[in-house]
Design a protein around this ligand. Structure first.
Ligand SMILES: [Zn+2]
Length: 258
């Protein structure tokens, strides 16, 4: 399996091989570029692709024949769009998971409580969601996760244990922090790209075309487009016999410590 550990071992062995070939057979040291470039490419791909399980095992979908799917929202709570999304979910009797950014909880405490009392699950999406978050060390990630955990606990009494890495990017330090704090890392296998400039039709088509049993859909409760795409997605699910279930049930994970 291609992961950080196996790639590092292969890299180390090929560097030794290049050294031996240089020493015993006068083979050019330029061949060292081959393992260096492969290792670099593996790290870039593995870090940017949460489904690769490169740095940490992430649950991205369920392997099932049952027509069950889960819907997730990142980056809220958002005072404008989260209430609209909660209303649509309630109308369709569907439950979802909200991976919240800790700093967004301030002034939106009632909204977070509303998510909880409506029966949806709250997950951790770090406190700052900073663009440079992936440069943090293990302690930096632990602080990010603990700050959000504390804010959610103070507002809802829930101790979250599901974590979605910002941008879906993973690093060795993020993996160590998540493991130490006993989080289950949740990815996705249907990316809506609902924050991009595409039209609602295009986003809805992209989502609907990828729906299959066990799918986990990634949305953001931060845009008007998502509200309409969600309606279309839920209608499609209903018409085609797909049931919307929580990630906890779909992926068989524990959502809260208490
Ligand atoms: Zn995010």
């Amino acid at each position: 399996m291609l992961n950080f550990k196996s790639s590092s071992v292969v890299f180390f062995l090929t560097v030794i091989l290049c050294g031996a070939l240089y020493y015993f057979f006068d083979v050019s040291l330029w061949w060292l570029l081959v393992p260096v470039l492969f290792f670099k490419a593996a790290i870039i791909y593995g870090s940017a692709t949460i489904q690769s399980n490169f740095h940490i095992d992430a649950l991205c979908s369920a392997s099932t024949d049952k027509k069950e799917i889960a819907i997730t929202f990142d980056d809220g709570p958002n005072a404008i769009y989260t209430p609209q999304i909660l209303k649509i979910l309630a109308d369709h009797n569907a439950s979802a998971t909200f991976f919240v950014i800790g700093k967004n909880i301030a002034d939106n405490e009632a909204l977070l409580q509303q998510i909880d009392t409506a029966g949806h699950i709250i997950g951790n999406h770090t406190f700052s969601h900073s663009f440079f978050i992936d440069f943090k060390n293990k302690k930096g990630f632990i602080d990010e996760l603990n700050q959000t955990m504390a804010a959610v606990y103070k507002t809802t009494g829930r101790q979250v244990r599901l974590f979605r890495p910002p941008y879906g990017v993973t690093t060795p330090n993020l993996a160590r922090a998540a493991k130490e704090l006993n989080y289950s890392v949740i990815g996705w296998n249907v990316r809506s790209l609902d924050t991009k400039a595409d039209t609602e039709e295009k986003i809805a088509k992209r989502v609907i075309s990828q729906i299959k049993p066990g799918a986990v859909i990634l949305f953001h409760d931060t845009s008007a487009k998502t509200v309409n795409v969600l309606k279309q997605t839920l209608n499609f699910a209903k018409e085609n016999g797909f049931k919307i279930v929580s990630v906890e049930r779909l992926l068989d994970v524990k959502e809260y410590e208490i």
